[in-house]
Design a protein. Structure first.
Length: 552
């Protein structure tokens, strides 16, 4: 009865854009696998969420009025059902309107995305100072920064058609646009994952110029973009020994999913630790005088004591800047030691790109987000991830022209941090929009019993679940506040826990022991080609003699 009453309750008011409010939408495939005897009747639908930033822009709604009789399914459908709009492009191919632009990558010179905070973290780990993992370190540095906004997430009605259908995507775009207009917002931003992004972008491009549909801004989901990039790293590093070294700290059976990017959390930790091991090897050859060493030690201790913040390290610390320059020069030097060294330095750069992308999403740094996407493009092509290569190129091209499509105030808010979603009172907790729909709607659908709770997947049942969810969420949040218990987060980052720090130290030692026997930066590759050929022939001869001796 409460769910039914919530369906017919008027939705809460959202403030207009003049108040600083920004609304964006995320749509994704939301299949409902019904527990049936024969496996039929699986629902293929499109799920949509609405994200309002800041959270305070959602005005407190009126109390839900009690009802005495549950309305009929027909009454539910009148409110909740979204009619499918037929997409007709009249023979216009949207992609034919695109003028592909080139991006400047310089004259083949390697680009380092390392920040001063990165080398400070590297240094602290090298000196065995008690600092958390990389994510925990960044969160610790930004704990005193308060100029950010949290967001409110609500569910919109499902569209009962397969998500990949052009009619479904077209209907989704129209629903998002109409919903934004309802609250007085002229800018409509919708995020899709790559397969749906390609079709949605084509629909918008094919729309008549000046129409409402042509003004919709389509974004590519960052979470799955990063997963694809992690898969590109695994593909490029095949045969390099990366699988053998990671098997020292991870179960061998889990490595394939890690290296193709599907085991996301494990892959991020593995690549971060492996990059740190390479850094420690490089630091051993780095010329650091006593004065710099003392200043860096003081800086790390100040970070641990919360005496300095992220901005202090990144903008005002000259010592960390000097260390960063020395480190980058060392990377260039190592790159010239041969093909193996060059491969591992390239791996170091790829991990730096992935970490920069994560940092940009977590902290709401728009320029860093665009820079990291730009640096990903060549690796997508090199690894055969052509779908993401094309979509990322188009996405980056669109985002660089975004300033011409938005009101200046709205653009300033969006690029100033609203493009990422925060649900906790921390700066470094931003989440990609397509990860948010996975953590909210998809997570709720995949709980025990699913959205139907074992009842059915009729329109009335689904409508009650969708429209009643915002009311249920409000009750859950109120109970958590009343009991002072949070189910979704903790004050301490997992990378900062004592057990994780201890485990990381043990794993780093295992990686360093392996590298001591398999030096990735050996100067052997600097020998003349003729000497290398002679050495190879001698080795082959010795192996043959050994085999002959064994046979005898």
């Amino acid at each position: 009865m409460y769910e039914a009453a919530a369906v017919f309750h008027r939705p809460p008011l959202i403030l207009s854009p003049e108040t600083g409010t920004f609304i964006q939408y995320v749509a994704d495939n939301a299949d409902i696998n019904v527990n049936t005897l024969d496996g039929h009747n699986t629902h293929h639908i499109m799920g949509i969420i609405q994200i309002v930033t800041p959270k305070t822009s959602v005005v407190l709604e009126e109390p839900i009025q009690r009802i005495k009789v549950v309305p009929s399914a027909k009454d539910f459908a009148a409110i909740a059902h979204v009619p499918i709009q037929v997409y007709e492009n009249n023979g216009v191919v949207g992609y034919s309107k695109i003028n592909v632009r080139d991006f400047d990558y310089g004259s083949g010179v390697r680009v380092s995305l390392l920040k001063k905070v990165d080398v400070i973290w590297f240094y602290g780990k090298w000196r065995n100072l008690s600092i958390p993992g990389w994510n925990g370190f960044i969160e610790h540095l930004t704990s005193n920064i308060i100029n950010f906004s949290t967001s409110k997430i609500s569910f919109l009605p499902f569209i009962h058609q397969p998500a990949s259908n052009y009619n479904t995507i077209y209907t989704t775009l129209l629903c998002a646009s109409e919903n934004a207009k309802r609250y007085g917002h002229n800018v409509c931003v919708v995020t899709f994952d790559q397969p749906l992004y390609a079709k949605a972008r084509e629909i918008v491009l094919a729309a008549p110029e000046g129409s409402e549909l042509s003004k919709i801004i389509i974004r590519l989901g960052g979470f799955h973009l990063l997963m694809s990039f992690l898969g590109a790293i695994g593909y490029i590093m095949q045969g390099s020994g990366i699988k053998e070294i990671l098997s020292l700290i991870y179960a061998p059976g889990s490595l394939d999913k890690m290296l193709n990017g599907h085991a996301y959390a494990r892959a991020i930790r593995a690549h971060t630790l492996l990059q740190l091991a390479l850094t420690i090897i490089i630091f051993k050859e780095l010329d650091i005088d006593d004065a710099i060493d003392e200043n860096l030690t003081i800086t790390v201790k100040n970070v641990i004591d919360n005496s300095i913040s992220y901005n202090d390290v990144e903008h005002d610390n000259e010592t960390s800047g000097a260390l960063l320059n020395k480190f980058n020069e060392k990377l260039k030097e190592y790159e010239k030691r041969g093909p193996t060294a060059k491969l591992w330095i390239q791996y170091f750069d790829m991990v730096s790109i992935a970490k920069e992308f994560i940092r940009a999403e977590r902290m709401g740094d728009w320029q860093a987000h665009l820079d990291s996407v730009k640096e990903m493009l060549p690796y997508f092509h090199a690894s055969g991830h052509f779908s993401y290569a094309k979509s990322s190129h188009l996405y980056l091209q669109d985002m660089l022209q975004l300033k011409n499509c938005m009101d200046p105030d709205v653009y300033q808010r969006f690029t100033g941090g609203y493009f990422t979603i925060r649900r906790s009172d921390k700066l470094s907790c931003g989440t990609s929009t397509n990860m948010v729909i996975e953590q909210s709607m998809m997570k709720a659908m995949k709980t025990d019993g699913g959205l139907s709770r074992g009842r059915s997947t009729k329109e009335s049942v689904i409508s009650k679940w969708v429209y009643g969810m915002h009311a249920m969420n409000a009750i859950c949040e109120g109970l958590e506040d009343f009991a002072n218990v949070k189910m979704d987060t903790t004050d301490q980052h997992v990378d900062a826990s004592d057990s994780r720090m201890k485990k990381d130290s043990q794993d780093i030692q295992s990686l360093l022991e392996w590298f001591s026997l398999h030096d990735p930066f050996s100067e052997l590759y600097l020998l003349p080609v003729e000497l290398l050929v002679m050495t190879k022939l001698i080795v082959i001869k010795l192996v043959k003699l050994e085999l002959l001796a064994c046979q005898k």
